[in-house]
Design a protein around this ligand. Structure first.
Ligand code: ADP
Ligand code: MG
Length: 329
């Protein structure tokens, strides 16, 4: 056989090898309810059994964190804190300390727009039943919202409440934290391309093979439609919208993002999406910027390096942070 003949065979052998390889590698996707929302894990793997096991490990992590941080479950660690922390420092888990510390960071940055003690009044709302606090109850609850009264001792691992009636809820940050832990689990398992999402909080590891993944931002007023499509890889994206949990009474929309200054739903914008390296940050910031509105929200995002925002205002108009505008030019 001539040497050219052998050379001609080589690409065929290579193609066969590639096909055999491709037959094993695949995208796996599974969904499940946890933390009161839909959790989805999607990953690229050459070993289906190992990939499926990794997905189950992520789900188990969501269950573990839900059992710790769910304020509606009386058996959770967070409920114990809400019961006991007004009496003095409560020793708690390193994870709650970490999440509460990050929440405090965003409370400071946002001038109190993000405040986990929103729950002091937030716990009187039931969006499914269409219940909200009366004026008196709202004023009383609102007086107990103050992140500065949450005394966290990171070294000692304790938390205390220095204001009567203060209650906390990590609903604006815990899903982001859990998404990051999910990605950590997948990375430790050797996964290089994946998406973990929990409701409006997602983190993308790697890309969709040779191209970025296209992520849609829901249209806040048209069910099943997207307002924007953006190509993304290796980033977290969180969206806070007034259409997630709400009821309408006398033409007024009552929804699950509260302005700590009023104890009422924040109504300046319809939707905020934040891009950040980690989901804990995109989650907290999407809620914070939702409360701040377009002007103050964009001002905050524009002074944070590596963070971007897409805001849909009260009239449905889109606003982008500086870095996104620059990258689109
Ligand atoms: P979701 O993915 O649940 O829609 P968001 O990121 O939009 O979450 O945040 C909304 C949740 O944040 C609410 O359900 C509530 O638990 C919590 N929250 C509401 N208002 C505030 C606030 N001002 N500061 C911090 N957390 C808040
Ligand atoms: Mg959020």
């Amino acid at each position: 056989m001539s040497s050219t003949g052998r050379l001609r065979l080589a690409p065929l052998v290579l193609l066969a090898l590639l096909c055999a390889h491709a037959a094993h590698a695949q995208w796996l996707r599974e969904e499940r309810e946890a933390m009161g929302t839909l959790i989805a894990v999607e990953l690229w793997t050459e070993d289906a059994a190992a990939g499926k096991a990794a997905i189950q490990n992520v789900f188990a992590e969501f269950d573990r964190l839900d059992a710790m941080m769910n304020p509606w479950n009386p058996a959770s660690e967070l409920s114990r804190i809400n019961r006991e922390a007004a009496r003095g420092p409560v020793a708690t888990t390193a994870e709650i300390v970490e999440v509460v510390a990050r929440a405090a960071h965003y409370s400071q940055l946002s001038g109190g727009a993000f405040d986990i003690s929103f729950a002091s009044v937030g716990r009187h709302y039931d969006y499914r039943a269409g219940d909200r606090p009366g004026a008196e109850q709202r004023a009383a609850g609102q007086a107990s919202i103050n992140y500065r009264a949450i005394a966290l001792d990171e070294k000692a691992g304790t938390i205390a409440f220095e204001l009567p009636g203060l209650q906390v809820d990590l609903g604006g940050i815990a899903k982001g934290y859990a998404v990051d832990r999910g990605i950590d689990i997948l990375m430790a398992a050797g996964i290089e391309a994946a998406v973990v999402s929990a409701g409006g909080d997602s983190r993308i590891l790697g890309d969709r093979g040779d191209r970025p993944r296209t992520v849609g931002i829901r249209h806040p007023r048209k069910d099943g439609e997207f307002a924007v499509l953006i190509p993304l890889s290796d980033t977290a994206i969180s969206t806070s919208g007034d259409y997630e949990r709400f009821f309408i009474e006398d033409g007024v929309r009552y929804h699950h993002i509260l302005d700590p200054k009023t104890g009422d739903s924040a109504r300046a914008v319809q939707s905020v999406s934040i891009l950040a390296p980690h989901a804990i940050d995109s989650d907290a910031l999407s809620t914070a910027v939702f409360v701040l509105g377009v002007r103050d929200g964009l001002a905050l995002v524009n002074r944070l390096p590596g963070i971007d925002a897409i805001i849909i205002d009260g009239a449905g108009k889109l606003h982008y942070s500086q870095e996104l505008l620059r990258s689109a030019e």
